[in-house]
Design a protein around this ligand. Structure first.
Ligand SMILES: *[C@@H]1O[C@H](CO)[C@@H](O)[C@H](O)[C@H]1NC(C)=O
Ligand SMILES: *[C@@H]1O[C@H](CO)[C@@H](O)[C@H](O)[C@H]1NC(C)=O
Ligand SMILES: *[C@@H]1O[C@H](CO)[C@@H](O)[C@H](O)[C@H]1NC(C)=O
Ligand SMILES: *[C@@H]1O[C@H](CO)[C@@H](O)[C@H](O)[C@H]1NC(C)=O
Ligand SMILES: *[C@@H]1O[C@H](CO)[C@@H](O)[C@H](O)[C@H]1NC(C)=O
Ligand SMILES: *[C@@H]1O[C@H](CO)[C@@H](O)[C@H](O)[C@H]1NC(C)=O
Ligand SMILES: *[C@@H]1O[C@H](CO)[C@@H](O)[C@H](O)[C@H]1NC(C)=O
Length: 747
């Protein structure tokens, strides 16, 4: 997994250092209230330009924004910034921070099929446009072929921007736009390829997962062979490549809104605890207010609780889960017994009847020197259950040894997310190792055979979906009063298109590359949700973003394929996953097509939520601008999930929280729903009324949920659910309830 998203915690800002004479300048993002623009200016652009010029001749305008966000970014000194702050219409300013990046059997796993349900109902997402804010695109990938696509609608305003190694003729009826935004990164001196071409692979993977066309006969070095396709194979794609600074990403989102995308998918990570300082959150608010659904990765900082940085109320935040696919190597012992191990060794190695050595002294395999002495051309057994050495270091030691192959004993589930397996071998659990060790230590001349490149589909050996250990957990640091993440989608070892110039897995010390790669992370889960959103939008053009989100959430499955609650892969015991990890559960696209009831919310409702956030007037204005005012502040957003929080100093106290909710009947006609409640442990929950009667379609009914709970304990959340069940059983509308310590409990 080479996603810098999960690993690096990049600097807060960058500074441009001049020579002694010039002041120290940084890139700032300035939020402006356009309604204050003096009449003398013909456009926001000339106004902002003039402001920057009048601040100082040394200040430099980088971008102007107008669609998702109003304002501009500029390189300025703090004195120059002070001058701008005095201007009419100034709302707020912040430093432009770094942004980093956060993978097709998964469509089948989600139940999408050509016969019934959401695929045929939506004509595979026909004509919906998904904007991908990421590392660009590899336009020649077969996944972006436009076979079967109709003409691009004339309403589309985007372009295919020419740049080095990127010809505007590379776009087509599938990939209808490609642009790049690197001005802020160039100011910062970072090297960035000035075209929309994706040399990284991440953006290409995300885009093809959301809406790649059908491509036969692909695999990752023999693993996961089959037909690649995106979730919405007839939707269109527009790629917005962003440099690694916030000002660039903001420009990309602003342009996507201007171009006319319907859905935005963002698998990026930007540091920001405070909502009002998060310009990207302000831009996604602007996008959402224009009817655009914004899907955003939860992050890869799990499994600890409260590891989610963003978690913005108006973004559809996506957690990552496993699918029912296992990449296997079969170990056949000399006595005929077989063990199915995990391997992704990217070649067909020949390991046939090779002597098997189990040497207790060196079984930790923590020294390549010892390994080279004792295991000349044999299969070595390495026991790394005590995690004294990492899987990667182990691979390094094995590559430096004389062993022929390795059998690795481990319970570390993160190995099951890695696509890197440099040395021929397979991973087995301590329980599976018992027979092996007995045979190795009692047989006079033990041998084994290992086969590679096997792909197993089904609930064995591990039930799916399970929550990925690395998926970030709520409560969200920026705003914790709404349960985040919202939903889970496949994000572990997803096969999708990739950049052939990116170095992929290794054999020994040799790097391989591939047109299709298996990648893991919430980055890969997010475009699955963007794809489902596109399908729903195509099937129901009249649904609001909130209705589409609600449909996905209330029909999500909190059970796995064996009908047991979804488990959390972070723990070798696989305990039940919390809504703080999986939100409402695994997306179920076919059920989302016809959810029965929806929890709708307008942009005004979102503005009223921001108004309730105990921010200053300026801070509120930084997010909602002048389009709304705060006369109707209301923290109780009509949302399809419930969270009861307590803070550190509320431990031992009894707390109550009341939620008012309104559901809209979008089923076929008159309907009666009855309530089913699963209470979180040690909590009292009452719902009134307990029956909702609708006489016709589009009628609304309201109910109140009141929760009493004690603020005890620690890091374990308590969970339950409220489900409205339609009398005939046709519709089941479920919302998770969770009680959890707030972010300040985990400091
Ligand atoms: C772009 O591609 C077209 C068609 O392949 C070709 O005629 C044209 O010269 C190319 N333009 C550039 C700038 O490379
Ligand atoms: C699939 O691809 C492999 C490797 O590229 C090739 O050898 C094989 O002939 C292809 N099979 C089909 C049915 O196209
Ligand atoms: C195990 O490895 C150690 C260290 O190399 C060696 O001294 C010892 O002889 C080995 N034992 C067996 C049974 O091969
Ligand atoms: C592997 O190592 C663990 C922890 O050190 C130990 O408890 C276990 O017995 C070992 N298993 C084998 C088969 O060596
Ligand atoms: C609201 O903000 C003020 C000033 O920052 C603070 O003193 C107060 O405790 C906050 N109230 C709540 C409910 O968070
Ligand atoms: C703000 O609220 C006032 C009073 O309710 C209303 O008259 C005005 O139109 C509102 N402004 C906007 C932009 O919604
Ligand atoms: C529920 O309450 C009982 C009794 O106070 C306590 O022992 C138990 O730990 C509580 N359970 C949870 C999950 O808080």
């Amino acid at each position: 997994m080479k996603l810098p998203f999960s690993v690096s915690f990049i600097l807060f800002s960058f500074l441009v250092w001049g020579n002694d004479a010039s002041p120290k300048r940084s890139t700032y993002i300035i939020h402006m209230d356009k309604s204050s623009m003096p009449k003398a200016f013909s456009s926001h652009h000339s106004w902002y330009h003039s402001l920057v010029k009048s601040a100082s001749s040394g200040a430099k305008l980088i971008y102007t924004y107008d669609h998702a966000f109003q304002g501009f970014s500029a390189v300025m000194s703090s004195d120059e910034l002070q001058a701008i702050k005095k201007s009419d219409g100034f709302a707020s300013a912040s430093l432009s921070r770094s942004v980093t990046h956060d993978t097709t059997h998964s469509t089948k796993f989600l139940g999408l099929n050509t016969v019934t349900g959401l695929w045929p109902a939506s004509q595979y997402g026909k004509d919906v446009i998904i904007g991908i804010i990421d590392s660009g695109i590899w336009p020649e990938s077969p996944s972006f072929n436009d076979d079967g696509m109709t003409e691009v609608p004339s309403s589309w305003k985007g372009t295919c921007q020419t740049g080095p190694d990127f010809n505007s003729s590379l776009c087509n009826k599938k990939l209808i736009g490609a642009r790049f935004f690197d001005a802020a990164s160039r100011e910062a001196g970072s090297e960035i390829y000035t075209s929309a071409r994706d040399n990284d692979g991440h953006g290409t993977h995300v885009a093809s997962t959301a809406a790649g066309n059908f491509v036969n006969n692909v695999s990752f070095f023999g693993y996961a062979p089959g037909t690649a396709r995106g979730v919405a194979p007839r939707a269109r794609l527009a790629a917005y490549k962003t440099g690694s600074y916030e000002a660039d990403t903001l420009a990309a989102i602003d342009q996507a809104v201007a171009d006319g995308v319907h859905i935005i998918s963002i698998s990026l990570r930007y540091e920001s605890a405070d909502l009002f300082r998060n310009t990207i959150a302000a831009a996604t608010f602007g996008a959402r207010a224009k009817g655009i659904i914004v899907c955003k990765s939860a992050g890869n900082s799990g499994p600890s609780i409260a590891t989610m940085e963003a978690g913005i109320p108006w973004e559809l935040v996506v957690a990552s889960g496993t699918i029912d696919r296992w990449f296997a190597g079969t170990i056949t012992l000399g006595n005929g017994k077989t063990i199915t191990g995990w391997t992704m060794f990217p070649a067909r190695a020949s390991v046939i009847n090779v002597p098997l050595d189990y040497n207790e002294t060196v079984s930790a395999c923590d020294s390549s020197e010892l390994l080279s002495q004792s295991f000349l051309t044999r299969i070595v057994v390495c026991n790394i259950t005590d995690e004294a050495i990492s899987f990667n270091s182990l691979m390094g030691n094995l590559v430096g040894s004389n062993a022929a192959a390795a059998i690795i004993i481990s319970e570390d589930t993160s190995i099951l997310r890695s696509n890197s397996f440099r040395f021929p071998g397979a991973v087995i659990t301590p329980a599976e190792a018992v027979n092996l060790i007995e045979y190795a230590t009692t047989s006079a001349s033990p041998t084994a055979t290992i086969s590679f490149q096997e792909t197993i589909i089904g609930p064995e050996p591990r039930v799916a979906p399970a929550l990925s250990g690395s998926s970030s957990r709520g409560p969200a640091q920026s705003y914790q009063e709404i349960l985040k993440p919202d939903i889970m989608a496949p994000g572990v070892l997803i096969l999708a298109a990739y950049s052939p110039v990116q170095l992929g897995p290794q054999i020994g010390n040799i790097f391989l590359s591939s047109d299709y790669s298996l990648e893991s992370g919430t980055s890969m889960a997010t475009p699955h949700i963007a794809g489902v959103a596109a399908l729903l939008k195509a099937a129901h053009p009249e649904w609001s973003p909130a209705a589409i989100q609600s449909a996905m959430m209330t029909t999500a499955n909190h059970l796995d394929s064996t009908n047991q609650p979804i488990k959390d892969q972070a723990f070798s015991s696989y305990r039940v996953a919390s809504p703080l990890g999986i939100g409402s559960g695994q997306v179920d696209p076919n059920r989302a097509l016809d959810p029965g009831l929806v929890y709708d919310a307008t942009p005004l409702d979102l503005a009223n939520l921001v108004c309730s956030m105990n921010y200053t007037r300026e801070q509120v204005r930084a997010i909602i601008r002048s389009n709304y005012n705060c006369s109707g502040a209301n923290s109780d957003l009509n949302y399809p999930s419930f969270i009861g929080l307590f803070n550190f100093d509320q431990r031992g106290l009894t707390l109550t929280r009341t939620f008012k909710r309104t559901v809209t009947n979008i089923g076929s006609g008159a309907a009666t729903y009855r309530m089913k409640l699963e209470k979180p442990e040690n909590a009292t929950v009452t719902v009134t009324p307990q029956t909702l009667v609708f006489r016709k379609k589009y009628e609304k009914q309201s109910y109140t949920l009141r929760m009493r709970y004690r603020g005890d304990i620690d890091s374990t959340s308590r969970q339950g659910s409220l489900t409205w069940i339609e009398k005939s059983g046709k519709y089941v509308v479920r919302s998770p309830i969770v009680i959890a310590g707030g972010v300040d409990n985990y400091g």
